[in-house]
Design a protein around this ligand. Structure first.
Ligand code: 3PY
Ligand code: MG
Length: 266
């Protein structure tokens, strides 16, 4: 068998708008249910919540029969973790908390085999190469990888132009919750300063010729993010969708119920 093409990377390069969700439930059944819904991408979040390498791989397997594109967010930049996650077969990584171009370059190196990078070779043990069934894994694997770095601090905003210029960075994604915290507005992703910083960052990323993305928990903000330059938007998380659907149902039955805190942040 041959290396599957990375359709998410192709869509980003062509700036075809992609809508997706974050998956925090760490469960292959809920992942498969969402894979039937028609979103462009589903991102397994192993930064927050309970996901680990095993649950990531189980969810990738559950979603594999569907046309949705699967992304993974690792907990940190450790090359050993990135190596294991690439081994699960994910082709697109969203790496959180990237503050400098140096960090971005180190992440690129973690994703590639020598001499370009430092990734260890263990394809016979890994789903990524389908345990060596993919005959062109070494020839084609690297070009189908996609790296999205996540910008979510004041320092990252200062270094954004350098970070976006790093070779091997395919796209840049804004994390509004952490950015709001870093700008002194913890829990206030809609604070005017935060909104202005996001709009400016999306425009700067696009000006660099890189695809720009953002986490958008409030669907009414999607159009303005797109106008600022966002071409891929995560429209919330499975955890939040489950809770808001349950609250909405109950509110219809008992209108006095349900103090919600839905805007508390990612
Ligand atoms: C954030 O908003 O900080 C996130 O990481 C989610 O995108
Ligand atoms: Mg964040």
């Amino acid at each position: 068998m041959l290396m599957p093409p990375n359709k998410f990377k192709q869509a980003l390069a062509q700036r075809r708008t992609q809508f997706g969700l974050f998956l925090g439930l760490a469960n292959p059944i809920s992942a498969e249910i969402l894979a039937t819904c028609g979103y462009d991408f589903l991102l397994i979040d192993a930064e927050h919540g309970l996901n680990d390498t095993r649950s990531v791989q189980a969810q990738l397997q559950a979603m594999a029969p569907y046309p949705v594109q699967c992304l993974v967010r690792p907990a940190h930049h450790d090359p050993a973790l990135i190596k294991q996650l690439l081994g699960t077969g994910v082709q697109t990584l969203l790496v959180p908390m990237v503050d400098t171009a140096e960090q971005a370059r180190a992440i690129v190196a973690s994703m590639h085999y020598p001499p370009k990078g430092i990734r260890g070779v263990g394809t016979g043990l890994e789903r990524g190469s389908r345990w060596n069934a993919v005959s062109d894994y070494f020839a084609k694997g690297a070009e189908e990888l996609c790296l999205i770095v996540q910008i979510e601090s004041r320092t990252a905003l200062e270094n954004l132009d350098e970070i976006a210029s790093v070779e091997g960075v395919d796209a840049v994604f804004i994390g509004p919750s952490d950015l709001a915290a870093s700008l002194g507005h913890l829990g206030q992703v809609s604070h005017p300063d935060v909104k202005a910083a996001i709009a400016d960052a999306l425009a700067r990323i696009s000006a660099h010729g890189k695809a720009a993305g953002v986490f958008c928990a409030d669907a009414t903000q999607a159009a303005s993010f797109q106008e600022s330059g966002a071409s891929f938007l995560a429209m919330g998380a499975d955890t939040g969708l489950l809770r808001s659907a349950a609250l909405k149902l109950l509110a219809g039955l008992r209108p006095q119920s349900g103090a919600d805190n839905a805007s508390a942040g990612y």
